[in-house]
Design a protein around this ligand. Structure first.
Ligand SMILES: Cc1ncc(COP(=O)(O)O)c(C=O)c1O
Length: 425
């Protein structure tokens, strides 16, 4: 079927809220390239929103999934467990820097991991409240919607939100929120709203993902660790977008040396197979009763096979070093653009988790979301899939496969440069 035919079907049968505005339908893909239903080629700088850190259809992952399909596709692990689930748990337990011996539960999506992390924190502390941050993003289920630090489009049509979620400022110096102010805001939220004795967890991304690719300073994360310890609150780190090598370490929190109590992960964990994980200190993870966590599909055999293959690829193919090198290359090019174009500012990167901002006034740092939208649209017309993000909608973020070939990378960056040339004075 052609793009045009598929678009007609989409309009007729796919619910408005779930229908992508994009009009090219993916047909097949390889590493950092995708071809649509009409045979057009796209360079992929989005990676399915951070899911494809080791590229589309990595051969080792495809082989592992195919081998699993020939053995068993589903039993429901609570009905009859299988080796893949416990092997993923074993490997994550050794990989994830939470405090002490770690235990694991698997789920299907990032939002589901966050839901379960909060359930576990409530069971472990006997408290109900949760503190999240401005600009944070945790998913689209009811509780995670309430946790998101941005209303539109996630919450707009769906209120009222569940209670017991409170908000604090995230430190983004460029937009006027210093680390000290963020800590003061958190202490105020604890005092005036959440109440230390009622607060189960403080949940945050070590680098804001949807909120704009702003890394939290290590000292901010250290202070949160101390506050949590002093008040008996659990520290939950959400690595759904920043995890699995994006920042040049397996998990972004490792840059700070801080050990959280619980960590959530998903996205690049299985190269596109749906799986997520909650990993936490054993005592905390064991707090809820038998059969209190799970779901029909959680940690499916095929997704576990993919996750194990992804972890092998990280060990065998220097993905972390390549993430650091990719980040350096991106930042070098962005700094050239920053020097050349009035609209490009605030270049930042932690490994390959790289971004820049588009502004209408560099001095006043005025966000230009309109230009960000126009850049992504024009790039798509030129054959490049590019994403914006951010509290102000003006950040261009980069989530291409870390395994992208140099010539494909440079071709994509050249497209951005020609679009910037055309769209700015
Ligand atoms: C940091 C973070 N947490 C949670 C989620 C939700 O994940 P999912 O879309 O798989 O539910 C996302 C998705 O973008 C995310 O970036």
């Amino acid at each position: 079927m052609s793009n045009a035919e598929l678009n007609k079907l989409k309009q007729k049968y796919v619910a408005n809220g779930a229908a992508s505005p994009a009009t090219a339908f993916a047909d097949h893909a390889e590493n950092a390239e995708v071809w649509d239903a009409d045979g057009n080629r796209f360079i992929d700088f989005a990676g399915g929103i951070g899911v494809l850190n080791i590229g589309h259809r990595h051969p080792k992952v495809v082989a592992a999934v195919k081998a699993q399909l020939d053995k068993v596709m589903h039993t429901c692990q609570t009905v009859m467990p299988y080796e893949g689930y416990v092997r993923v748990a074993e490997r994550l337990s050794h990989l994830v820097p939470v405090r002490g011996h770690a235990k694991v539960m698997l789920a299907n999506s990032g939002a589901e991991a966050l839901e379960n992390a909060v359930k576990i924190a409530r069971a472990a502390t006997g408290r109900s409240n949760v503190i999240c941050f401005d600009g944070g993003y945790h998913g689209r289920t009811f509780f995670t919607m309430a946790m998101n630090g941005k209303v539109a489009p996630y919450q707009t049509d769906f209120g009222p939100m569940p209670g017991t979620v409170f908000r604090a400022p995230y430190p983004v110096d460029y937009h006027g929120v210093s680390e000290d102010e963020a800590i003061r805001g958190l202490m105020m939220t604890l005092k005036t709203d959440a109440g230390p004795a009622n607060t189960a967890a403080i949940v945050l991304e070590p680098v804001l993902g949807e909120g704009g690719f702003y890394p939290a300073p290590a000292s901010f994360l250290e202070k949160i660790r101390i506050i949590c310890d002093e008040l008996g609150i659990l520290m939950i780190i959400d690595e759904v977008q920043s995890g699995f090598g994006r920042t040049g370490k397996m998990f972004a929190i490792e840059h700070s040396g801080v050990e959280p109590d619980i960590m959530t992960m998903a996205k690049s964990m299985a190269d596109g197979m749906p799986i997520s994980a909650v990993v936490g200190t054993d005592k905390i993870m064991d707090a809820s009763g038998p059969n209190s966590l799970g779901g029909t599909y959680t940690g499916s055999p095929t997704a576990c096979a993919a996750a194990l293959a992804v972890m092998d690829v990280f060990e065998e193919e220097n993905i972390l070093e390549r993430s650091q090198a990719l980040g350096e290359k991106l930042a070098k090019r962005f700094h050239q653009w920053q020097a050349r174009y009035d609209a490009v500012d605030n270049v930042r990167h932690m490994g390959a988790m790289a971004a820049f901002e588009l502004v209408s006034d560099k001095h006043a740092k005025t966000p230009n979301a309109e230009l960000a939208g126009a850049l992504c649209k024009k790039a798509r017309e030129e054959g490049l899939i590019l994403l914006s993000c951010g509290m102000h909608g003006n950040t261009i973020r980069f989530l291409m496969p870390i395994t992208i070939e140099d010539d494909v990378l440079n071709e994509g960056l050249d497209i951005i440069e020609s679009c910037l040339e055309a769209l700015t004075d």
